[in-house]
Design a protein around this ligand. Sequence first.
Ligand SMILES: [Zn+2]
Length: 210
Amino acid sequence: MHPWPQPPGGPHYSACHLCDTLHEAAPLAEGVAARCRGCGAVLYQNRPASLARVTSFSIAALVLMFVVNWFPFLTMDAAGIRTTLNLASGAKALIAEGSPLLGMALALFTIVTPLALAGGLIYVCAPLLFGRIAPGAVHVAKWLNKTEPWNMIEVFLLGVLVSLLKLNKLADVHFGPGFWAFGAVMLCMAAAVAGIDRDELWDRLEVAKQ
Ligand SMILES: [Zn+2]
């Protein structure tokens, strides 16, 4: 549907990240991976329906983020008092109760980063589906490349599970729809990021820029 375009100029080269062997890099057919001649490591690959996959998983993640923020993340019953928390109210409570750094980190890593990452991926990839490039898409793509390691919602979710296991001894803890939606956001973001190869994305941006 959208074959990997041949960027202008060239020949283009790709170096193996493991053994530094230099290869002449050519666009690949869908579903094919280029491997290093020296050590067999994957250099780059053309994943099936890459642009459509990134765009649709990112849209799904954005929709789920609304569920995460609108519905209770968890409810706690302790000493006859029921407390309902979602991510934003949890962050606010932390800031109000003397842990501003932790509260801001919670909001940054669980609300701001997933929204920015999913939004950025849509901004870059959706126009490319139609062979177009959004204004500043190259800068957004570079920025996404840098922030990707900061998408730490997996780590956060693990932390929540560990603390809830401890909390469970003191209070009756129930997961709300927000929690399950957050798990689904995690899976969608992983699928979106894994949907496209960096080399493929740069080549597509390069050609769409013309
Ligand atoms: Zn190699």
